[in-house]
Design a protein. Structure first.
Length: 379
């Protein structure tokens, strides 16, 4: 059964969810489905790249952070014109918009995907909006088991309408390459210093202040250690100022947005994350696939991807001292054992989060829902 699938995303910039949307669309197209992607806000880096690669992508051109009711009729017109069998939305604002338009137009199946264990960002009205529009979607998918349980527990979705389907990673792209490691370390001017890597936007959920404070503690005993940070965001200047304040700027490199994350992961010795809340971070799947051992906070679905004590170490959030202790522990492990930890991480990711397995789960879900609605979705 091949179908027309309209994927609605809040954005198509540089986020893990944005990356997952485009990867899902690409794989569904390869399997014979028709896919159109719609971004609520103007296209960002990944959206423009995908559009140039020939993807069918549109934008509602909504201003960030500004409610614009005009996008509702715009999306309704697009749906009426394209007549998708499935409307699959991603992230809070897109999920809410998809549910609202169902009041005004016919869509056989609507699926909402939550990419964080807490998409409210502390705003109670978001939880209320999710709860009272739940009847307008067929299923809410969470990318972590922890997310499913939390959404059910706080009453945002009933158990029969909640389902877990994880993120997936291209394990053929993200893998260890010794030659690539040597080349990129040479380009970066790295010697024998232990190199930590952190990738992610400078936004509150990532809690970079804890990363920086923990690294400053590590430098007291390991003054040659290096931290490479990849990403951009509204809080970057604050983090750069904190680095200067702690007088560790010679050991921290801000590389901005990069397209060579695979190479940088090969260059690093371990991956570092101090998120305050998460769903299932794509970057941890990528790090594990590249055989990087991980030190991370234990939030959201992270413990579903990092095997504590086997492929990395997990600590409570918002505690620089405990994070630093886990970093000390990782750095003290002989290189051979660290490589073994990385190998265990890759084996786990390949077995549970490979592209083929997860995309098949999505395809089967679409098919089952259409059959329940007695929709024959051949194209």
């Amino acid at each position: 059964m091949k179908s027309r699938i309209l994927i609605l995303s809040t954005s198509l910039g540089l986020g893990g969810a944005d990356q997952q949307v485009i990867a899902l669309a690409s794989n569904l197209i390869q399997r014979g489905h028709q896919v159109k992607i719609v971004s609520m806000v103007p296209l960002g880096v990944m959206g423009l790249e995908a559009q140039s690669d020939g993807f069918d992508i549109a934008t509602l051109n909504m201003s960030r952070g500004v409610p614009e009711p005009r996008v509702i009729p715009k999306l309704i017109h697009l749906i009426n014109d394209w007549q998708p069998h499935i409307l699959h939305s991603h992230l809070f604002h897109a999920n809410l918009l998809a549910r609202i338009v169902r009041l005004f137009t016919r869509v056989p199946v609507i699926i909402s995907t939550a990419h964080s264990i807490d998409e409210s960002n502390g705003a109670r009205w978001r939880e209320i909006a999710y709860k009272f529009t739940d009847f307008l979607c067929d299923l809410t998918i969470c990318i972590s088991k922890a997310g499913v349980e939390r959404y059910i527990q706080i009453g945002l979705v009933s158990r029969e309408k909640a389902k877990f389907i994880p993120n997936f990673v291209n394990t053929n792209k993200f893998k260890f390459d010794s030659e690539l490691r040597s080349n990129i370390r040479c380009k970066l001017g790295l010697g024998d210093e232990f190199t930590w890597l952190a990738v992610g936007r400078f936004d509150p959920p990532k809690d970079y202040p804890t990363t920086i404070k923990a690294f400053a503690i590590v430098l007291q005993q390991n003054p040659n250690a290096l931290l490479i940070i990849v990403g951009i965001g509204k809080l970057q200047s604050d983090i750069e100022e904190l680095v200067k304040e702690l007088q560790i700027d010679s050991n921290v490199r801000f590389l901005g947005a990069r397209s060579d994350v695979v190479a940088l992961m090969n260059a690093a010795d371990a991956y570092l994350m101090s998120s305050a809340w998460e769903g299932m971070p794509m970057v941890l799947l990528e790090a594990a696939a590249t055989q990087l051992p991980v030190v991370s906070t234990d939030v959201g679905g992270i413990k579903e991807t990092v095997l504590d004590g086997k492929s990395g170490f997990l600590v409570p959030s918002k505690n620089p001292q405990l994070l630093a202790q886990a970093m000390f522990k990782m750095m003290a492990i002989p290189e051979v054992e660290r490589l073994q930890m990385g190998q265990k991480g890759r084996e786990f990711v390949v077995a549970n989060y490979s592209t083929e397995e997860v995309v098949t789960q999505w395809e089967q879900l679409y098919c089952n829902l259409l059959k329940q609605r007695q929709i024959t979705a051949f194209i």
